[in-house]
Ligand binder design. Sequence first.
Ligand SMILES: [Zn+2]
Length: 340
Amino acid sequence: MWARARALNDSLRNPEDPRAIRRALVGDVWWGVAALVWLVTGLWRVIGGTEKASSYYLASNAFAIKMGLFLMIVGLEIWPSTTLMRWRRRKADPDPRDVGRIEIISYVQVALVIAMVLAAASMARGIGMRGGTTAAVSDSASGTMSPLDSASSVRGSAAPRDSAALANVDVPETPEPSGTEAITAEDVSLLTRQITMPLDGVDPTTLRSNFDERRGGGSRQHQALDIMAPRGTPIRSATAGRVLKLFTSANGGLMVYTADSSERWVLMYAHLDRYAPGLTDSSRLQRGEVIGYVGSTGNASPNAPHLHFAIARSADVKRWSRGRPIDPLPVLVTARSATR
Ligand SMILES: [Zn+2]
C-alpha cells in the first residue's frame, strides 16, 4: 500500500512517466495478495479455533477494535480498487485528481493497518479482555449455559473474592491427552519422590482439591490445583528438571511449562505476575528454584491472584502442551508426609 501511494505520488510529480502508474498497479496487486492471505488466515484462526477458542475473540475489546479497523480499511479500498481496475483495463486514463485522492487514501490505510497490528498484538497478550463477562459471553456463544451456570456467574461477579469467581473464569490450557500416555504406579511414585510444594508455607493438607471442578461456566474440567496466594509470592519449581516453554495465552496469562528430571511429567504454572529474571525456554531447574511470582494474568480474577498448577504425564515432553493430567494435590500430600 505504501508502494502504491509512493508510485502514485511519483506519477503526479512526473506525469510523463508511464512507469509510475504501472508501479502503482503492481503495488496494488501485492496489496491485494497480502489482504487475501491476511483474510484467509484470520478467518481460519477464528473459525477453525486453531489457537484460541472462538469465544475468546468474541469477548475481546481489542478484537472488536481490530475488526472495526479492518472494516474501515475495506471500506476505504472500495473506490480506489474499482478506479485502479478501470485504469488497468484501460477503460479510463488516470486522472491527476483521482491519483492524488488514492495516494492520500493509501496513506490513511497504511496508518489503519499499523493500528490494526497494534490491536492484534495487545489482543494476543490478553489486553482489552472484558474481564468478568468472559465466561458468560463464551457460554452464550457456545449455547451451553445452564440456569445453574448463569446463577454462579452472577454470584461470581458480585463477590469476586469468593471462590465462585475462580470457578467462572479459570480455565488455562491444561495439557490435553494425545491418547498415548499411560500412567503407571511407578510414574506416580517417581513424581512423588521428587516433588515439593511450589509455594512456601502452604500445607497441602489444608487445601481442597479442585481438580474435578467444572470451569469456564461448566464447559471444561479444571484438571489442575489452584493455590490462592498474595500477588508476588515466589513460585518455586516443584521438581528438578528443565523449562520446556515460557508461554503466554489468553486464559493462562504468563505460563511456564517444565519437565521433571525423568522427562515423564510436564508441570504447568499459570497466571504468573512475572517470570524470575533470566528464566528462558532452555533453563535447567533445581527443585525449589524460583521460576516466577504469583499473579492474575490471563483469565484469573484480579481480586484473586493464585497459582494454577497442573501436572500431566507426557508421552513426549517436546510436545509440552500434551499430556494426561493428574490431580497434583494427593501427590503433594503424600510427598509431604514422606519427608516428615
Ligand atoms: Zn486453575
